[in-house]
Ligand binder design. Structure first.
Ligand SMILES: Cc1cc2nc3c(=O)[nH]c(=O)nc-3n(C[C@H](O)[C@H](O)[C@H](O)COP(=O)(O)OP(=O)(O)OC[C@H]3O[C@@H](n4cnc5c(N)ncnc54)[C@H](O)[C@@H]3O)c2cc1C
Length: 470
């Protein structure tokens, strides 16, 4: 950034130690785990991160936002940079507001089962503090060691224990947010009120469009008395899926459930595994397990013991530790571009239970027509969450060109079908730059309503412009 007057103003607000202008910081804060070489190349033509600022207080966030309004410069909130949809790809020249210094745990109440934390707190740090008091967070994505509370709320992330504890958004009781006009908003941190629409919902899954979350009060949970693991093998996906829907119909609440059909390559056979973890108070855990065994046996499930599910549980954060080592602590751009990988996509749609199996058949047909391969189908945390790993077996090198000429159009087609069947194009990870072109179809005239709200608090359009199609 060459504007010395602006640099001086920012330095006066937050100090020179909290302003970063070096290439490595600018690159790191302009790219999430989606990576430059999976993104729409056009996204990178539009803008770059000019500076990274790391405020230490809500007031400093408000001061930065006021300055951005005066200078008409865009801001982009940055949590852990672990999103997988390109949601921190700059859509125009902007300043990245990195919440890493706002990582204090303000209060944990054992009695109320709440935690009040600053938005830049890493999920694993919060989990550790809660565990000291016989509590736990509940939200448990693979990315616990690297994602922040603010980022998880802003993507409404879904972890592997969501069937029992809900998504990150479900756990939000109250928020402190600095709005794009610089005003500080605090919503009441209550479990329920009947005093109009919940303002929290404006910020959950909003990818920072409506303000910067500085603090959150979250519902947390007692640590379980007992945890048990179990796995079943099924001859086909339908049997595993039907067992899962029956479990949910009668109100079973596993802590972890994943029904996956794994097909390593197009010529191999498939196997369907149900991975299960139950946790809670002892009698409940035992009762859930007993009834699950009955349901799975009735649907031809073969008891595969504990070890498969236990291994799944024990290794669930490994990919995040590896990501942290390879990218977050290194030079992301160089490392990512140097790695040719099999071209793949990992869509997670939300779809009514009655449409899941039909949707699966339609996706298979489309992939077969394109000579592509579906390596895995899964329903995890809920029968309505259907995910797939799609692979283009013909293309081994994940370059900009191959990504956008082969697999992206297929993903768009598959996501549009989910929308047309009454579902949503994404259950877990948000919109980012990856899915923004499908937002008009996703929200219909709801998109203009959101635009109206956005411009009423952000007339200069400084807060994450272009995000969510706003
Ligand atoms: C190895 C790996 C495993 C993963 N596993 C899962 C998983 O199991 N489940 C899952 O849901 N996700 C998973 N993810 C994706 C990712 O971790 C989540 O999307 C996470 O919620 C993003 O949090 P973050 O702090 O990194 O946010 P970022 O990537 O920094 O930001 C995400 C979006 O939120 C906005 N934002 C960030 N902080 C704030 C704030 N304080 N106020 C307003 N806006 C803000 C950003 O501008 C951006 O639009 C995984 C990612 C990796 C790399």
């Amino acid at each position: 950034m060459n504007d010395y007057a602006l640099i001086e103003k920012i330095t006066n607000l937050i100090g020179s130690n909290n302003l970063f202008l070096d290439e490595s910081s600018l690159t790191k804060n302009s790219m999430d785990a989606f990576g430059r070489f999976r993104n729409n190349p056009d996204a990178y033509k539009n803008g770059k991160v000019l500076a990274v600022v790391a405020p230490s207080s809500t007031q400093q966030v408000a001061d930065i936002i006021k300055l951005a309004n005066d200078e008409k410069i865009a801001l982009m909130p940055y949590g852990g940079g672990t999103g997988v949809m390109g949601a921190i790809t700059p859509t125009q020249d902007c300043i990245s507001v990195d919440l890493k210094n706002m990582n204090r745990i303000r209060n944990i109440s054992y009695e109320d089962k709440t935690a009040t934390v600053e938005a830049g707190t890493i999920l694993a740090d919060l989990e550790f503090s809660l565990n000291q008091q016989d509590l736990m967070l509940g939200h448990d994505p693979y990315s616990v060691p690297i994602a922040t509370v603010g980022g998880a709320i802003s993507t409404n992330g879904v972890g592997y224990r969501a069937s029992r504890y809900g998504s990150m958004g479900d756990q939000v009781l109250g928020l402190e947010v600095v709005l794009p006009n610089g005003k500080i908003l605090k919503t009441p941190a209550v479990i329920k009120s009947s005093t109009g629409p919940s303002l929290n919902q404006l910020f959950i899954g909003a990818e920072g469009c409506f303000g910067i979350i500085t603090q959150a009060t979250l519902r947390v949970f007692r640590s379980p008395e007992l945890r048990v693991f179990k796995s079943f093998l099924f001859d086909n996906f339908e049997d595993g899926f039907n067992a899962m829907t029956e479990m949910f119909s009668i109100g079973l609440k596993p802590a972890l459930i994943d029904v996956s059909e794994e097909i390593p390559d197009p010529s191999s056979g498939s196997k369907t595994v149900m991975y299960l973890t139950f946790e809670g108070y002892t009698e409940e855990v035992k009762a859930q397990l007993t009834r699950t065994i009955t349901i799975c046996n009735q649907r031809n499930g073969k008891d595969a013991g504990e070890s498969l599910a236990e291994h799944y549980w024990n290794t669930r954060h490994d990919s995040a530790y590896s990501y942290k080592k390879r990218f977050l602590n290194g030079t992301p751009e160089g490392t990512l571009s140097a790695e040719p990988r099999r071209l793949s996509e990992y869509p997670h749609v939300s779809i009514p239970i009655s449409k899941v199996l039909d949707y699966r058949s339609q996706c298979k047909e489309i992939m077969d027509q394109r000579n592509m391969h579906i390596r895995e189908y899964s329903c995890w945390t809920a029968p309505e969450l259907f995910s797939m790993i799609l692979v283009n077996v013909d293309v081994a090198d994940e370059s900009e060109k191959s990504n956008h000429e082969s697999i992206s159009p297929v993903v768009t087609e598959i996501l549009s079908i989910a929308q047309n069947l009454g579902g949503s194009m994404e259950y877990v990870h948000g919109v980012g730059t990856k899915l923004v072109h499908l937002m008009p179809q996703e929200l219909g005239n709801g998109l203009s309503l959101l635009r109206g709200i956005k411009y009423s608090i952000d007339p200069n359009n400084i807060m994450n412009p272009g995000r969510l199609g706003l």
